[in-house]
Design a binder for this molecule. Structure first.
Ligand code: BJW
Length: 265
């Protein structure tokens, strides 16, 4: 990791790079792979979280009801790890892209807050945030930027707080689904970065873009279901591929015309 991939090495036609750079609206769907180079583990595959931990006990409402202490111990550990981690070049390129496109959204399945820390503003957190806690009784949400101390943490009302994240079998917030679907439908380009694209409804978002006539550009360490319909699949580490892609985009005529003061090297 950390290799400086040459922009010219990307397997992308000049025509496709021009279309990507010349688009007016774009979005990025990200998954755990975008934060892997920050040292935050992914869920599936070798070394993934679900290899070591049982998702039924840790990421379902039933698991929380049965053993909130255990679930909170896991989230506290992850809060500590995430706080120590820093955004990587992939997060920073995505934040830069927001300044290029007239309309741009980051649709993230991650709960780590890395996109915001890298400078992205328009972020839709599909599966919630580890930095928000929600009262199990009245749904009141509080924000935090430090790991919880006492576990399980309690609300002022005396009830238990839970992480404000979406577990298996729970619906995503209606507002979030609405915002993400709208962004997907209006995107001329969607980048799909570091997700296995097996968890729904998030995995349906690039299909919405594709069916609405937009381009789907995948960046992943390995093939996924998205590979079968993407307009291009760039295989490799997001922290290497995205900076190389961004460099190629900055050299296109449409980019230089629009941003004459951004260097194209
Ligand atoms: C790199 C890289 C590098 C690595 N560079 N790439 C059957 C049974 C049970 C449920 C279902 C079922 N069929 C369908 C469902 C629904 C279920 C679902 O989709 N399940 C499938 C798994 C089958 N979905 C849900 O339950 C959702 N809710 C729902 O559908 O509600 C409906 C409803 C309506 C009305 C009433 C009630 C319900 C909710 C899903 C919530 C997912 N939650 C989690 C945990 C969140 C909190 C937390 O983090 O603690 O979200 S699970 C986990 O998976 C997490 C992730 O956001 C999500 C997606 O994973 P992601 O991000 O794709 O990571 P990985 O690890 O899978 O992939 C990483 C990728 O990166 C890989 O491809 C690598 O190659 C790549 N990579 N390094 C580039 N450096």
């Amino acid at each position: 990791m950390g290799r400086d991939l040459r922009a010219a090495d990307l397997d992308l036609s000049e025509d496709l790079v021009n279309r990507i750079a010349g688009a007016r609206s774009a979005s990025v769907l990200t998954g755990a792979g975008v934060s892997a180079e920050s040292g935050i583990p992914t869920f599936r595959g070798a070394g993934g979280i679900w290899e070591k931990y049982d998702f039924r006990k840790l990421a379902t409402p039933q698991g929380f009801r049965e053993d909130p202490q255990l679930v909170w111990e896991w989230y506290q550990l992850r809060q500590r790890e995430m706080l120590k981690a820093s955004p990587n070049p992939a997060h920073y390129v995505i934040a830069d892209m927001e300044r290029h496109y007239q309309e741009f959204s980051v649709l993230t399945q991650n709960i780590d807050g890395m996109h915001e820390r890298a400078g992205s503003n328009n972020v839709v957190e599909l599966h919630g945030s580890i930095w928000r806690l929600r009262c199990v009784r009245d749904g009141l949400v509080t924000q935090t930027d430090t790991p919880v101390e006492e576990i399980p943490p309690l609300c002022q009302c005396g009830s238990m707080l839970r992480p404000d994240v979406v577990w298996f079998g729970e619906p995503l917030s209606e507002d979030v689904v609405e915002a993400a679907s709208r962004a997907a439908a209006s995107s001329e380009v969607m980048f799909v970065v570091g997700t296995s694209a097996v968890v729904y409804p998030a995995a349906a978002l690039p299909i919405i873009t594709k069916n609405s006539g937009g381009l789907v550009i995948e960046v992943n360490a390995e093939p996924t279901d998205v590979t079968t319909y993407a307009d291009a699949s760039l295989m490799g580490f997001a922290g290497e591929i995205l900076p190389a892609l961004w460099k190629r985009m900055r050299r296109t005529e449409s980019f230089m015309k629009e941003h004459p003061f951004i260097p194209n090297w």
